[in-house]
Design a binder for this molecule. Structure first.
Ligand code: G
Ligand code: G
Ligand code: MN
Ligand code: NA
Length: 254
């Protein structure tokens, strides 16, 4: 398949870039971190979404190569940003289910940190609920090993799968990201507000930092703040953008 061929050369040709989206602390209104999101500038098709090419990378076995490239690029860019602007931001990077199965993952993470000097506790790896549920015993082992490197771990898209917080409690997690489908309905649906309230309460009771994804309106942020949500991310604060746009990307919430 042509797109798969193209993906093989994309890393070499430097067509894969990382866009960064701010993570904002809801008490201080300050940017505390960024999530790095892959972007592919395809020479013919233009920007191809990771929603399209990550599955392709997984099917073709290119994911560990691309994942390593992503980690190296994002840690390098963030470490440079840190030196330039004296900003000690957290960097979040997504991992797919296949990457959790990859025996090279640990050394890839260790090397990216060593090469760039980014402190381990500034890197947060995001895994989805569904990735964890595929083989939870194996996933738990990998997460524990990553935790031993000193990196933080987040569960992403929470609420879209079928895991319970009781199951999550046995995993070495630091934060929980509420899926944006819930945030989108905040303010319109009382049921959603009840669900989000209980997710926040349960997650915080087991010591997790709670992050709301996909916050687009001041109203949603006001509700999230009232519910005690710790951090938020979304178009309201900024769209994913190149690293150099970061300082301008954040608009303070009310
Ligand atoms: O940025 P966008 O909304 O297009 O992302 C679509 C999906 O691709 C999201 O689920 C996001 O988590 C995923 N994604 C973005 N960057 C990466 C990456 O570097 N690795 C993996 N595994 N998934 C990514
Ligand atoms: O699955 P994950 O949460 O990693 O995916 C992140 C994706 O969510 C990115 O592709 C990003 O473009 C998208 N995203 C970030 N903020 C918003 C938002 O406020 N609204 C919507 N609709 N999508 C968002
Ligand atoms: Mn994510
Ligand atoms: Na998510």
């Amino acid at each position: 398949m042509q797109l798969e061929q193209d993906l093989r050369s994309a890393v070499q040709e430097n067509q894969l870039r990382v866009a960064y989206q701010p993570l904002v602390d809801l008490r201080t209104n300050r940017m505390v971190g960024v999530e790095g999101l892959l972007r592919w500038n395809h020479p013919v098709h233009g920007t191809v979404s990771p929603g399209e090419f990550i599955p392709l990378a997984e099917e073709s076995g290119l994911i560990s190569h691309i994942g390593a490239h992503m980690l190296r690029t994002a840690t390098r860019e963030l470490a440079a940003q840190r030196d330039r602007n004296k900003l000690a931001l957290q960097l979040n990077v997504n991992l797919s289910a296949h990457q959790l199965d990859d025996p090279r993952l640990l050394s890839t993470v260790r090397e990216a940190l060593a090469e760039t000097g980014l402190p381990a506790h500034r890197l947060c790896l995001e895994v989805t609920e569904s990735a964890l549920m595929q083989d939870s015993a194996a996933a738990t082992r990998v997460l524990r090993a990553l935790r031993e490197l000193g990196v933080l771990l987040a569960i992403d898209d929470f609420g879209t799968g079928y895991s319970s917080l009781a199951q999550l409690h046995s995993l070495p997690l630091d934060s929980l990201k509420i899926d944006r489908s819930f945030v989108a309905r905040l303010g319109d649906s009382k049921d959603t507000e009840v669900i989000v309230t209980s997710i926040i309460a349960m997650a915080q009771a087991v010591g997790l930092t709670v992050v709301a994804e996909g916050a687009e309106t001041a109203r949603q942020l006001e509700l999230l703040r009232d519910l005690g949500c710790n951090q938020a991310q979304g178009f309201y604060f900024g769209k994913p953008a190149p690293i150099d746009d970061l300082s301008e990307a954040v608009r303070s919430g009310k």
